[in-house]
Write a protein that binds this ligand. Structure first.
Ligand code: GTP
Ligand code: MG
Length: 197
């Protein structure tokens, strides 16, 4: 899959505000600061397309980006950001949940995990919820440049192994770095295969 064109379409606070057309979309979700927006920019080779920040809590709406005039990448706010007020985080969680459960155009959700961290309950809870809700998803490990290639592979394998306790069948996973443009072809080929199905 080659990305020739990527443009911002719309920011939405509710599912009903999202684009009305029926083009397929791929969403990016994960804890605040895990690198969702950076990954979208890396995949599109388009600096500044999605807004990024060193401070967690940058993305606050559902952001649609139209790719090759044909399908969407969707940037979502992070879950589980402790420094936000409970009321604000609850609102964001509701926005994310209803988008994932109601959006019929959503063909795959990428769950992003910081490759340096051991499995955290908030991530495994979210993944288990996706599985129980029969939402198609895959896993993207981010910030692989922060570890050596061997450690990165080991950590990813350890993470996936921990999911085995809950699930017989594991989703596909990818090791990426937005900094070093690692994993771009793998993720885009995966997207291309789903679009061609
Ligand atoms: P929220 O929108 O706040 O939920 O965060 P996000 O998940 O969209 O993260 P964002 O892309 O804004 O990146 C957060 C921070 O991590 C920024 O300082 C990025 O520069 C940094 N970052 C993202 N990806 C990578 C990566 O692959 N390697 C390294 N070293 N830093 C990264
Ligand atoms: Mg973001």
């Amino acid at each position: 899959m080659d990305i020739k064109k990527s443009e911002f379409t719309i920011s939405s606070a509710t599912v009903s505000q999202c684009p009305k057309d029926t083009k397929p979309e791929f969403a990016f979700i994960g804890r605040s600061n895990v690198g969702k927006s950076s990954l979208i920019n890396m995949l599109c080779n388009h600096k500044g397309l999605a807004k990024t920040s060193a401070t967690p809590g940058k993305t606050l709406l559902i952001n649609h980006f139209i790719i090759n005039n044909d399908w969407y990448l969707v940037d979502l706010p992070g879950y589980g950001f402790a420094k936000r007020s409970k009321t604000v985080q609850k609102k964001l969680d509701q926005m994310i949940t209803s988008y994932i459960l109601q959006r019929q155009q959503l063909v795959n959700t990428f769950v992003l995990i910081d490759i340096r961290h051991d499995p955290m309950k908030i991530d495994t809870d979210f993944i288990n919820w996706l599985g129980e809700s029969s939402v198609p998803f895959s896993i993207i490990f981010t910030k692989a440049d922060k570890l050596g290639p061997v450690r990165a592979k080991q950590n990813a394998a350890k993470w996936m192994n921990s999911l085995k306790e809950q699930w017989e069948e594991l989703p596909p996973y990818f090791i990426t770095s937005s900094e070093k443009k690692l994993g771009r072809d793998e993720v885009l080929d995966y997207v291309g295969n789903i679009l061609n199905e």
